[in-house]
Structures are given as C-alpha cells and as structure tokens.
Write a protein that binds this ligand. Structure first.
Ligand code: FES
Length: 129
C-alpha cells in the first residue's frame, strides 16, 4: 500500500469526489477525477462502516478493480472483490486478505463528507467525520 498522493493526478485534500447520495443509491462508484494533471481513477464504496475510497487499481495487474464489473462490494460490505481475478481486500484498511490480494494492499484515499453531503478527499492524518 502506498500513499495515493504520490501518484500523478492525485486529487488534493478538499477535492470533491461525488454526492454522498449517489453512493447510497448504488453502493459502488468508479470515478475518474480531473484535478488538472490527468484523470485519476477512484473507487468509492458504501462499506459496512460507511463510505470508503481507494485508487481504482488492483495491485495484482494494475487493472481497475472494476474492469470487468462494478459488482465489487461483498454482500456484507466488508470486502472489495477485484472483478478481474477475485482478489479480496478489506474495506477497513485496504489490506489484501483473500486470493491474489494476499501480501498487498489497495491505496486508501481518506474521506470526509461536508455539510452539503459532498464526499471530499480528507486532509492527511485527519480522521473522517
Ligand atoms: S487484477 Fe485484480 S486480482 Fe488480478
């Protein structure tokens, strides 16, 4: 697992990702965020403990987790299942826990939801509200 801010085009703290209501409707949103340095792949999820976001790249083959399907959220809301080869990552921290994910991890994007219901990138080191 790396720091998503080290990747080209990473959205800065405060960048808007999506309306939280959109996530409520689908549970999964694969987005490409343009922060002025190219499109950046973001996967937003409605996990069991609330919204979570990761760079939408699987460390197994650097393919989008949603490449074959957007149905990547486990039924209990605790795992991301890569649509390519079914690797399982824990939503709580991005760590790989099943199949080809073992020994690697997703890049976590910290989130906050503002007073207008917009999911935003949180500042480093802050705990989400
Ligand atoms: S690309 Fe994700 S498990 Fe292979």
């Amino acid at each position: 697992m790396g720091d998503f801010r080290d990747l080209p085009g990473a959205p800065p703290a405060g960048a808007a990702l999506a309306e939280a209501a959109r996530l409520d409707a689908t549970g999964v949103l694969a987005l490409e965020i343009d922060s002025g340095d190219g499109l950046f792949p973001v996967l937003l999820l409605k996990g069991a403990a609330g919204p979570a976001a990761f760079v939408n790249l699987c460390p197994h083959r650097d393919l989008p987790l949603t490449y074959r399907s957007s149905a990547v959220l486990s039924a209990d809301g605790t795992l991301v299942r890569c649509s390519n080869h079914d690797a399982g990552f824990r939503i709580a921290d991005g760590s790989g826990v099943d199949g080809l994910a073992q020994g690697c991890a997703l890049d976590v994007i910290p989130l906050t939801v503002d007073a207008d219901g917009i999911i935003r990138v949180d500042a480093p080191g802050r705990t989400s509200d």
